[in-house]
Design a protein around this ligand. Structure first.
Ligand SMILES: Nc1ncnc2c1ncn2[C@@H]1O[C@H](COP(=O)(O)OP(=O)(O)O)[C@@H](O)[C@H]1O
Ligand SMILES: [Mg+2]
Length: 389
């Protein structure tokens, strides 16, 4: 069994696990992340980012059907929801535990080798304007089951400080993917699309652009019964409706300045149906195509507005597998290299989970995890609550 700390090529390193399940509700991604002991040094270092951290293992577990259905239900008000949310949290931790076991097994490690798990929890309500964001989670149970310390509830401190509590990944994107001197954009295509924009001297902004897979998945599920539009092939066979696209883009969220964050409270099928009411003759496939174009258009518009000098756009999240969507984006941002985050050493499905491993390390080191310029919080804050091992 590996001891708690050991030396890597750059000096002492620690291992963390990050667990992320986003609004696509597809399941849980987990990574085992190796980080230098001295995070502050690593942050200031101009060493290439890849040498500062390393994903040692990645594991994914899909949600069991009943848990997924229950999580969908819990995103809306409903009967007995406090009890149901707690029961779903306990089930969620069962999935988390399986991911942790798979990660440890892959590297033949015991729990004592890992300093902490950063467990994001499942967002069921995100209402920063009302002062809260709810991630259902059972961190005490996860600590008990795994014997590893758990850091959870990452968003509430930033919201308490007047921020959006989201996105929390931009600081990590900078630490893991940015090269000093370049203007870089990082796009996560999860349920929601979020952009991190880093200028050549390392100034960071970031925000949610709008819907990505949440509507793309929802529409194909409703019409064809598929979990997602594999490769975007259904969308690729349809035509963009310019009139529908114009009406969707009229949503005030898209024009609002950052800081801003959103979720399925706003961008859901009911939102789409309201706009579709005046486009009743459109066939479902053309709607799918228009939804893919909407995601690409909002990202392109945001990039042009906030970091026009960017020449590289790194794409991560499951939507990076949607070739049609990525192709649409490429067309709308000529002059920008649209590339997978893999080109910087971190495959798309690992980035968000790695971010929460890194954020857990920041918490244990008593270092802030939020970027006030991103979330709008009054200042940097140490995020999360720690459940000791
Ligand atoms: N081969 C694929 N083709 C098209 N879309 C895909 C593919 N693989 C994954 N996706 C999309 O990625 C989503 C999962 O992305 P993920 O980054 O895990 O999102 P979240 O963070 O919201 O869970 C799926 O719901 C699906 O929409
Ligand atoms: Mg996911």
């Amino acid at each position: 069994m590996t001891k708690l700390s050991h030396d890597g090529p750059q000096g002492p390193v620690d291992l963390y696990i990050g667990l992320m399940s986003g609004t696509s509700l597809d399941g849980v991604d987990g990574v085992l992340l190796e980080l230098p002991r001295n995070l502050e040094w690593a942050q200031q270092s101009r060493a290439p980012s890849a040498s500062r951290m390393r994903v040692r293992a990645h594991a994914h577990q899909s949600f069991p059907r009943n848990l997924r259905d229950e999580l969908v239900v819990l995103t809306q008000s409903g009967p007995d929801e406090i009890h149901r949310a707690q029961c779903a949290a306990i089930e969620l931790v069962g999935v988390y535990e399986r991911v942790v076991i798979a990660l440890l097994r892959e590297e033949t490690l015991g729990p004592a080798a890992v300093r902490a798990i950063g467990a994001h929890g499942q967002t069921v309500r995100h209402r920063p304007e009302r002062g809260y964001s709810v991630q259902i989670n059972a961190p005490a149970l996860l600590a008990e089951r795994t014997g590893i310390a758990v850091v959870a509830d990452f968003r509430s401190r930033d919201i308490a400080a007047g921020g959006q509590g989201a996105p929390l990944v931009p600081a990590f994107h900078q630490a893991a993917l940015w090269h000093p001197g370049e203007a870089l954009a990082v796009l996560n295509l999860g349920g929601i699309a979020n952009l991190t924009l880093i200028d050549d001297v390392g100034g960071v902004i970031g925000f949610d652009c709008g819907p990505a897979n949440t509507l793309i998945d929802g529409w194909v599920r409703k019409h064809l019964g598929f979990e997602f539009d594999a490769g975007g092939s259904w969308a690729a066979g349809g035509r963009v409706s310019a009139a529908l696209l114009r009406d969707l883009l009229a949503e005030p969220y898209f024009a609002a300045p950052p800081p801003k964050s959103t979720g399925q409270e706003l961008f859901n099928l009911a939102w789409l149906q309201r706009v579709l009411a005046v486009h009743a003759t459109l066939n479902p496939q053309d709607v799918q195509t228009t939804l893919a174009e909407l995601t690409a258009a909002t990202v392109a518009q945001d990039l042009q507005r906030h970091l026009p000098e960017a020449r590289t756009l790194l794409v991560c999240g499951g939507g990076s597998e949607n070739a049609d969507l990525v192709q649409r984006l490429r067309r709308l941002v000529p002059g920008v290299d649209v590339m997978s985050s893999s080109t910087r050493g971190m495959p798309p499905q690992q980035v968000e989970a790695a971010a929460f491993a890194w954020l857990a390390a920041r918490t244990l080191a008593d270092l802030p995890g939020n970027v006030p310029a991103v979330t709008g919080a009054a200042g940097p804050r140490v995020l999360g609550a720690v459940y000791a091992s």
